[in-house]
Design a protein around this ligand. Sequence first.
Ligand code: ASP
Length: 441
Amino acid sequence: MAKALKFGGTSMANADSIRKVADIIRSDPEARYVVVSAPGKREPSDTKVTDMLIALCNEPSAGGKRRLLSEITGRFDGIIEGLGLDLDLSADYEVILGGEESDSYDYIVSRGEYLSAKVLAALLGYEFVDAADIVRFGRDGRLDDDKTQRLASDRLRVAVKAVVPGFYGRGADGRIKTFSRGGSDVSGAIVAKAVGATVYENWTDVDGFMVCDPRKVKNPRIIEMLTYRELRELAYMGASVLHPEAVFPVNKAGIPINIRNTFNPSAKGTMIVCYEDLERGTYKRADHVITGIAGKKDFVGVSIQKEMMNSEIGFCKTLLDVLYEKRIRLEHMPTGIDTVTLIIDPTGVTDETLEEAVMEIRERCRPNTIEVHKGLSLIAVVGHGMSNTKGTASRVCGSLYNAGVNIRMIDQGSSEMNIIIAVENEDYDKSIAALYGEFVG
Ligand code: ASP
């Protein structure tokens, strides 16, 4: 039996936190495969090692580079000294600016994880397994899942206990390549799948996944258990603890994720499990209607009205063609008999492109009216518990009515695990608070 554990940047930030990491690992005989991030912030004003490495890459002068490198190596030496370790990383420091791949941005930026893993491996007496040997990217720059799984399981099978750096692997050209920021979560998932872990413990600095954004509601409740499907809905709407790509490898393999807090290890955290396992009773959770609430601001609504729209074949297809041609992402499309509203995510769309799209719709669809409404927020109320539960939509609407919020749109998928509502941006905060109050506490 083996677990895969990933420790994030705050857990690896200094000697004190790394001692906590080591205690967690030593207290659990199943904790055999560990993935680490680079040291993160020690306090809010601090700089993450990854950001220091990025600054090093962007520094034009040789003198400046040397100064930045010595700040970075100073952080590692401080950690090594604080841990009382007999470890000399000077040969590794040397090759950062003077080695074969020193001209590569990804190589330099990945060195935080590389050194961090070396330190923890030395502290625990675990084997150091370089991510470059087990994680492979394809020619398209995306993770080569099959090759990675083959390499990782072959290599890790012969390592009884190992520490692996997160965040990077090797590209199709043989050079070091990183994931996007926060990518050590993905590395942790890869390792968990490769070793057939019983659980993927993702150790961070919060007690778990919260029911809603703690900036909107003070101390929201921690979700004890959520399914991968619920996570997908909540994460899509902006709730984030994990890198989105970290979910697929473990979900596919049926491995649960347990979000834990390095600084409060007695808290059970949040378990993320497959819906089927919940259905089968492998996992049990307390009955509730709503698992989580998440939302995002600044959507655009385009409301279109045309007499006899319902009998015009291809009307909606033309609308979608226009959006497709203008590369505009559609989020929702609630329709009436003679009306339809396009709820659009305007990220990366200029005002000009939006105007062109509206003109195009005017020309090709000849509507009676077309109105653009900016500043809409979408809120998702998510939970398997609402399926076959009467009155959920009524409670959503009632709580918003009591808070004095006007609902601009409401949409419930037939899966009945998600109600999406659109409200004005200025009503966003009070809507989240009202929904939390109604369903949670
Ligand atoms: N160190 C990288 C970052 O700051 C990757 C990670 O921590 O997951 O994004």
